[in-house]
Design a protein around this ligand. Structure first.
Ligand code: CA
Length: 248
């Protein structure tokens, strides 16, 4: 697996937060093979201590931990300190949508459901660090690279949106919301999460604003804005971009 991470990442530091020794060992082994300098802790409190004092490029963070859980650890490291912008790959035990939503809302960049294969793990790490090096702090750069679906192509560098081949003018917020949802297909984002990621935590925006941006977006990108096929409402929760293979 060593070849999957570029040599320039050779001196990167990873913190592995996991209470299951066998998983910790596998993660440590493969990150070391990929050139990471690794450190391990087995509970949330120890993780918070390490994250407060040292900077890491990557944090592999189990959700279910003794003491302080992984979601709380992630929120804490994102709220300030040296690891505000570190790459976070969350490990979850269950493949349930609420877990994914909470994990990503707490500031994780990606999640992996246990049990996972080593190849999958390293592919996620590589993708995550590639995105992180593009500047994690900017909402419009949470993922670099062009996002495509059947009807929409989004180029974040040019901030250009094509819908069924035609260029469509989108405002910054419209583009950011569409890009965020389309790059995480099938994942539900609450209105609060969209506000935090698109407008930023310090800006006062109501959830109604999100609804009106989404409805403007639907008029620009959907064939029938009253019967959306891409920008779907998750009733009582928020919005998501239609998942691959999902019928509407
Ligand atoms: Ca655990």
């Amino acid at each position: 697996m060593a070849g999957m991470v570029a040599p320039r990442e050779a001196s990167r530091r990873a913190l592995i937060v996991e209470d299951e020794a066998s998983i910790r060992e596998i993660v440590r082994l493969h990150l070391s093979l990929a050139g990471f300098e690794t450190e391990e802790v087995a509970d949330g409190r120890a993780a918070l201590d390490r994250l407060r004092t040292d900077r890491f490029d990557l944090v592999v963070l189990d959700v279910m931990l003794p003491g302080v859980d992984g979601i709380t650890v992630c929120r804490a490291m994102r709220s300030g300190g040296p690891n505000q912008r570190a790459g976070v790959l969350m490990l979850t035990a269950r493949d349930t949508e609420p877990d994914k939503v909470i994990g990503l809302e707490s500031g994780a960049d990606d999640y992996l459901t246990k049990p996972f294969g080593v190849r999958e793990f390293m592919a996620r790490v590589t993708a995550l660090l590639r995105r992180a090096s593009g500047g994690l702090s900017e909402p419009d750069r949470t993922k670099t690279g062009i996002v495509t679906s059947a009807d929409v192509t989004l180029d974040p560098d040019r901030r250009q949106a094509r819908v069924r081949g035609d260029l469509v003018e989108l405002t910054k917020q419209e583009f950011d919301i569409l890009y965020l949802l389309a790059s995480r297909r099938g994942i539900v984002f609450t209105r609060a999460a969209l506000i935090a990621k698109v407008w930023g935590e310090d800006v006062y925006v109501t959830e109604r604003t999100v609804d009106s941006v989404v409805s403007r977006l639907r008029r620009k990108v959907e064939r029938d804005p009253d019967d959306p096929e891409m920008l779907l409402t998750a009733w009582g929760v928020g919005y998501k971009f239609v998942d691959v293979g999902e019928a509407t």
